[in-house]
Ligand binder design. Structure first.
Ligand code: UD1
Length: 419
């Protein structure tokens, strides 16, 4: 088994380039199933989730070639399979994102029903509500979701919650529906804008992404395009917290600063200096970290995917902080692991009260999900002694070679194979 070993690290120093966004790459790879000509995607991160999505596309009949580091060519002209099998769905929930495109292309789509996961029950009712509103029949039986239609017809769809995945799935399904589809209370994340830009390059007619109302005029057919994935705002935020937690001085390059406003604002509140440049930020740590409150919200609020990393930082800030999680129902799995490292945290429903301690101490810990794993690496860099992190497959789902990249900034983070 592989583990990540983290030793107390000196203040991080240097410059690091952020990769393309996981949460943009996955829906855009799924959306590639809509096109019937060559598609070239650039800056696709080399992470496990992308590997799984490529496997899903191949299973469905698309040709997927890795041309170079970060460059993937897809041709889905001969898309012929409408079933996403359980073993792939089970590996990654985001496999569900192929359902909208397959339904649009083939008029039917079967996906095995995703199970529960570490951060909550994560229902998919809004995805299915959208497909139904577009005229599809949807049945769930024998562990599968079965969607089918003679033709999809545009409609007005109100989302009860601005779900990122449901917004994307419905957008993709509606690209070739007859007439106009309007999604109200749509998610406004930058990754939705990236998806809109990509789909429009393929020939779709979509407006409004980045606002809460998205309008999709159905077109007959989608073709091919080249597209560069936007930078990963969560990876950027993780490195920024790395600089803050070690009291370092790091330039995080390839960022769109408007995408990371809440992270910049909250780091400044903690006492860290953040200098914004055109496409980079410089984060300069302080030895006087102050407690703050953080509440996760859909974009443009503070991202739920940054809450665990911030909590790692708050464990050593002076005073009491409160972290409120409003997006997912159960996203405090890392709390017990941080407590093993000496953190003082109490959970009260959706809130975690973090009382800053003088120092953390290294311990054997387990990553419960992707961002929880990142939080443990960050905490380990600030903790006295050695932290050994198990279950690092969660971390590999979303970060490219995280230990080597942190080492390039001076961190003492290594991967080790143990019995
Ligand atoms: C995406 C991101 C994930 C991020 C999350 C919230 C990808 C691949 N993943 O996940 O990293 O943490 O957005 O920013 O982009 N919900 C329903 N019914 C549905 C769908 C969602 O109730 O049909 C609920 C979920 O249970 C959750 C909330 O809506 O409580 C947000 O989920 P959603 O925005 O859909 O997240 P994902 O798209 O799964």
């Amino acid at each position: 088994m592989e583990i990540i070993v983290v030793e107390k690290s000196p203040p991080l120093k240097g410059k690091i380039r952020v990769n393309g966004a996981k949460n943009s790459a996955l829906p855009i790879l799924a959306a590639s199933l809509l096109g019937t000509e060559d598609i070239i995607l650039e800056d696709v991160p080399k992470i496990k989730d992308v590997e799984i999505m490529c496997e899903v596309l191949r299973t469905l009949g698309a040709k997927v070639e890795i041309l170079d580091e970060g460059i993937i060519k897809i041709n889905a002209k001969n898309l012929d399979n409408y079933v996403t099998p359980y073993n792939l769905m089970n590996k990654m929930r985001a496999s569900l994102l192929v359902m909208g495109p397959i339904l649009a292309r083939l008029g039917k789509a079967v996906c095995s029903q995703p199970g529960g996961c570490a951060i909550g029950t994560r229902p998919i009712d809004l995805h299915l509500k959208g497909f139904k509103a577009l005229g599809a029949g949807v049945e769930t039986e024998f562990g599968n979701i079965n969607a089918h239609t003679d033709k999809l017809v545009g409609n007005k769809i109100y989302l009860d919650f601005p779900s990122v995945g449901a917004t994307e799935n419905i957008m993709m399904a509606a690209t070739m529906a007859e007439g106009v589809t309007i999604i109200d209370n749509a998610a406004m994340e930058p990754e939705i804008v990236d998806l809109q830009n990509f789909l429009n390059k393929l020939g779709a007619d979509i407006k409004g992404a980045g606002t809460s109302t998205i309008k999709i005029k159905g077109v007959k057919k989608l073709g091919g395009a080249s597209h560069q994935i936007i930078p990963d705002r969560i990876e950027a935020g993780t490195f920024m917290v790395g600089a803050a937690i070690t009291g370092g001085d790091v330039i995080v390059d390839n960022v769109i600063t408007s995408h990371i406003k809440p992270v910049i604002a909250k780091l400044r509140e903690v006492g860290v200096e953040v200098i914004e440049n055109a496409d980079s930020v410089r984060v300069i740590g302080t030895d006087k970290l102050k407690a703050i409150d953080v509440k996760t919200l859909p974009y443009p609020g503070f991202p739920t995917d940054m809450a665990a990393q911030f909590m790692a930082l708050l464990t050593i800030c002076e005073g009491s902080s409160v972290v409120i999680e409003t997006v997912f129902e159960n996203r405090f799995m890392h709390v017990d692991e941080l407590k093993r490292m000496g953190a003082d945290i109490k959970i009260d429903g959706k809130s975690a009260i973090v009382r800053g301690v003088d120092h953390l101490t290294g311990a054997p810990v387990k990553a419960s999900d992707l961002r929880a794993g990142a939080a443990l690496i960050l905490a380990g860099m600030a903790a006295d002694g050695t932290t050994e992190i198990e279950n690092i497959h969660h971390i590999d789902r979303g970060y490219v070679d995280i230990e080597a990249r942190l080492r390039s900034l001076g961190a003492r983070v290594y991967r080790k194979t143990v019995e």
